[in-house]
Design a protein around this ligand. Structure first.
Ligand code: HPA
Length: 277
């Protein structure tokens, strides 16, 4: 019964590879969603590390998703940013999909700031809106905590009653007001993807209480919460979800809207980071 915990062993191997190459000590981990990769251009970058240089690290395959860690300062805060995230739909295990999140925790990050592009379910949302994530529904994806518990990171049955920190939600609201960025808030529901949803699914998700839907984020938030990080998240509503909009969904539309919203999103994210501690 004392066999190795393979998920943890792999994480430690990745951590070992990072510490051999990187000296920077981040306090905040930032996962950049579609269209937000350019945020790193606004950082005072000190070091970068391609995912491919970390043995065993799951490397993203989606076109337009760069794969590297960027280390540097944003608003005076030491940040590690993920330019390109790892999605479950790429075929990795859900444990591999959250390895980068856990790795950033080991690097020293206390806060996890999640961003993504998501489909709007709430009928009051428009494409280009920003939604502060207040809670999530992860019941349609496997938990990243399945398998032997990593006791070194957290407990077997972690509480999820306040995944998205109340304190940081206040920071986001104040940052949006200070920067004059209109802000919605709501509940994010994660699906596995890669297909977009059917109109029937979107109606069902709406009845369950979801305001937006996407293919990332909830599992990362769960892994981070398990490991004791303080978490916040903002979705860019890149499109109205299936059936809410009359048009068929395309990745191109999602990317174009996310790219258009990016300058304002960058401004909001930068302010949140500056005010996060
Ligand atoms: N559904 C799921 N994921 C998404 C969507 C959507 O409509 N838009 C952006 N990511």
């Amino acid at each position: 019964m004392d066999e190795k915990n393979e998920v943890y062993e792999k994480l430690l191997k990745c951590y070992d590879a990072v510490t051999k190459k990187i000296t920077f000590k981040p306090r905040l981990a930032l996962i950049l969603g579609s269209g937000l990769g350019g945020f790193c251009d606004t950082m005072d970058v000190r070091e970068t590390l391609d995912y491919g240089e970390i043995p065993g690290f799951p490397v993203s395959t989606v076109i337009g998703h760069k794969g590297r860690f960027v280390f540097g300062y944003s608003g005076g805060v030491p940040v590690v940013a993920m330019q390109g995230r790892v999605h479950y739909y790429e075929g990795y295990s859900v444990q591999d999909a959250v390895l980068p999140t856990r790795l950033m925790k080991l690097m020293g990050a206390e806060i996890l700031f999640l961003t993504n592009a998501a489909g709007g379910i709430n009928p009051s949302f428009k494409a280009g809106d920003f939604m502060m994530i207040t809670d999530h529904i992860s019941s349609f994806v496997p938990s990243p905590l399945i398998g032997r518990n990593i006791d070194e990171l957290g407990v077997r049955f972690p509480d999820m009653s306040e995944i998205y920190s109340k304190r940081l939600r206040g920071v986001i609201e104040n940052a949006a007001a200070a920067e004059n960025v209109p802000l919605k808030s709501g509940i994010y529901l994660q699906t596995t993807g890669p297909n977009y949803e059917t109109p029937a699914e979107i109606r069902a998700f709406g009845r369950l209480g979801a305001d937006a839907v996407g293919m990332s984020t909830a599992i990362e938030a769960m892994a981070a919460r398990h490991a004791g990080m303080e978490i916040c998240g903002i979705s860019c509503i890149s499109n109205l979800a299936a059936g809410i909009s009359a048009n068929p969904l395309t990745h191109k539309e999602v990317q174009e809207t996310a790219d258009k919203a990016a300058p304002l999103f960058r401004k909001l994210v930068a302010r949140v980071i500056k005010d996060s501690f």
